[in-house]
Write a protein that binds this ligand. Structure first.
Ligand SMILES: Cc1cc2nc3c(=O)[nH]c(=O)nc-3n(C[C@H](O)[C@H](O)[C@H](O)COP(=O)(O)O)c2cc1C
Length: 206
């Protein structure tokens, strides 16, 4: 009998910035890679999921949503949902072995909380854990224009060790659809988390 390798354990925080499609594209790609995801929605993250992807886009039917949009391969992975109010969840402790956290999309409010180590919610606390344990933290803000305090908060996060990966799709791939734009950002996130990705073709220099 062969021992199966443990799946890679990745946390995903979804907050109330526009760009829920980036969250679901990223989750689908990580699940296709066979990861175990620990997913946390903020209240506004849940609201924006429905506002932007339709009334059927709810965390309680996440599997159906992801299979409908991206197909059966998402079933290769597994996930659990945590309440953002549960500061006693495993993700709140550095002793819990979760290798990385991506907050996608990341609101300016949550960015401020991470920058100042406020730990007001599970997402903010999990981000603080990643920074103090020197693990990967990827923050995907979406806001425009940005105020000086917002820009400063991003610098604080970057100085503390986070990767700030703004939701700014590129156009050299000649995207045709909204899904192409989302796939580009999800691919960048997968690379930032240390995964190979096939969501877009890397620039070859030609
Ligand atoms: C329709 C809608 C769109 C929003 N878009 C953004 C956005 O793109 N970026 C952002 O930083 N905040 C945005 N907000 C504001 C945040 O949702 C708000 O600051 C919220 O308190 C964030 O809380 P959270 O970080 O706990 O999700 C939006 C709010 C709504 C209702």
């Amino acid at each position: 009998m062969t021992d199966r390798p443990e799946p890679r354990r990745i946390a995903v925080g979804v907050t109330g910035a526009s760009g829920a499609i980036y969250a679901v594209r990223t989750m689908a790609a990580l699940l296709e890679s066979g990861c175990h995801l620990q997913i946390v929605f903020s209240d506004y993250g849940r609201r924006l999921l429905m506002d932007e992807l339709g009334p059927e886009a709810r965390p309680d039917r996440l599997v159906d949503l992801l299979v409908e949009r991206y197909g059966e391969p998402v079933r290769r992975g597994s996930f659990e949902l945590h309440s953002n109010k549960d500061l006693g969840a495993s993700l709140a402790s550095g002793s819990h072995r979760c290798e990385s956290l991506v907050i996608v999309p990341c609101s300016m409010k949550t960015m401020a909380g991470v920058a100042h180590a406020l730990s007001r919610s599970l997402i903010e606390r999990a981000a603080d854990v990643m920074l103090k344990e020197r693990r990967r933290l990827v923050l995907v803000p979406r806001e425009t224009p940005m105020s000086l305090p917002e820009l400063r908060n991003m610098v604080l996060c970057a100085e503390a060790g986070a990767m700030v990966l703004p939701a700014m799709p590129a156009f050299y791939q000649q995207p045709k659809t909204i899904d192409d734009l989302a796939a580009f950002i999800a691919g960048k996130i997968l690379n930032a988390l240390g995964f190979e990705q096939r969501l877009f073709t890397p620039w070859s220099g030609a």
